[in-house]
Design a protein around this ligand. Structure first.
Ligand SMILES: Nc1ncnc2c1ncn2[C@@H]1O[C@H](COP(=O)(O)OP(=O)(O)OP(=O)(O)O)[C@@H](O)[C@H]1O
Ligand SMILES: [Mg+2]
Length: 286
């Protein structure tokens, strides 16, 4: 029987029982209820409420069981989703690491060999040909710089070697070199240390936020700020560009959210015309 009809039947049965007791029982209620009448009616009401509650409880028990199972299933699914995201992000980091190393060790080394060879030949050539070769050598050197920059962005080795503040400084100067916007960096001194995972999340969020500002915002000024607020280290990337609707997320914004969740950090994006703020608050381990 459907739950609705069960409840209607139970309530109906209790009310019918109460009515029968009132009609056929020794109870009567006068216009001005006397204390003796109240003494009979009130326990009667209590019995009625209790009977109703007990009868309804057994009807609702299966529903509560289903809801509890459903909640547990949702929780399990959420845990599995978070675990598989964590795995995917870890695999992505590993792959970036591998590609960065290959770029550095293979492409980078070969370009360096070409560069040295060109320099050697250049010295033996007549001046007019030497000039042409120098232009060629300059292109190879720029290519090598690009390879090193891409490798650095893929694997923030500077994060491991020099720490978060230096890694953010290097990100900011890469950004300044590629974007017409002026970038200002404000890193508070003496920030509490974060776990390597949290530092990587701060770095990746700053990287995506700066890339988005350069690609989409049309900003003239970008501020990258790292400070301590209460028990958290807070990263803020602010641009004065055209703004956007942050509820329509692409892979970049979703990636930031996923990474933040992995280390229990809180990511918020607020955006209006002229002020977009990406804010990441990472709790400092006690
Ligand atoms: N700082 C910003 N200013 C203006 N618009 C932005 C800014 N950041 C993001 N957006 C808008 O939000 C969209 C989604 O950003 P998201 O980073 O998720 O994706 P994407 O940058 O387009 O691609 P991907 O990051 O995957 O390479 C962007 O396409 C852009 O329209
Ligand atoms: Mg993006």
């Amino acid at each position: 029987m459907r739950l609705y009809w069960k409840v209607v039947l139970i309530n109906g049965a209790v009310l019918v029982a109460a009515t029968l007791v009132l009609v056929f029982g020794p109870v009567s209620v006068s216009r001005q209820p006397a204390a003796s009448e109240a003494a009979v009616l009130l326990p009667g009401l209590a019995v009625m409420l209790l009977a109703n509650a007990l009868l309804l409880r057994s009807s609702f028990r299966p529903v509560e069981k289903v809801v509890a199972e459903y909640d547990a299933m949702l929780e399990r699914l959420e845990d599995e989703r978070a675990a598989s995201n964590a795995k995917a992000l870890a695999a992505q980091e590993q792959e970036r690491h591998r590609i960065a190393q290959e770029l550095h060790d293979e492409v980078g080394q070969q370009l360096t060999v070409v560069l040295l060879g060109l320099k050697r030949i250049e010295q033996q050539l007549p001046p007019d040909l030497g000039e042409e070769l120098a232009t060629l050598r300059e292109s190879v050197r720029e290519g090598l710089d690009d390879v090193r920059r891409v490798a650095r962005q893929l694997r923030p080795g500077v994060l491991e070697d020099l720490g978060l503040a230096s890694a953010l400084a290097s990100l900011a100067s890469d950004f300044a070199a590629q974007s017409p916007a002026a970038v200002q960096r404000q890193v508070a001194p003496g920030l509490p240390p974060l776990s390597p995972e949290s530092e990587l999340v701060v770095y990746r969020v700053a990287q995506e936020a700066l890339t988005n500002a350069a690609r989409h915002s049309g900003a003239t000024s970008v501020v990258l700020c790292l400070s301590r607020v209460g028990g958290s280290v807070v990263l803020e990337v602010t641009d004065d560009g055209r703004g956007f609707d942050p509820t329509i997320a692409g892979a970049g914004l979703r990636g930031m959210q996923e990474r933040a969740r992995l280390v229990g950090a809180d990511l918020t994006i607020s955006s209006t015309r002229g002020a977009t703020v990406v804010r990441l608050a990472v709790p400092v381990a006690a």
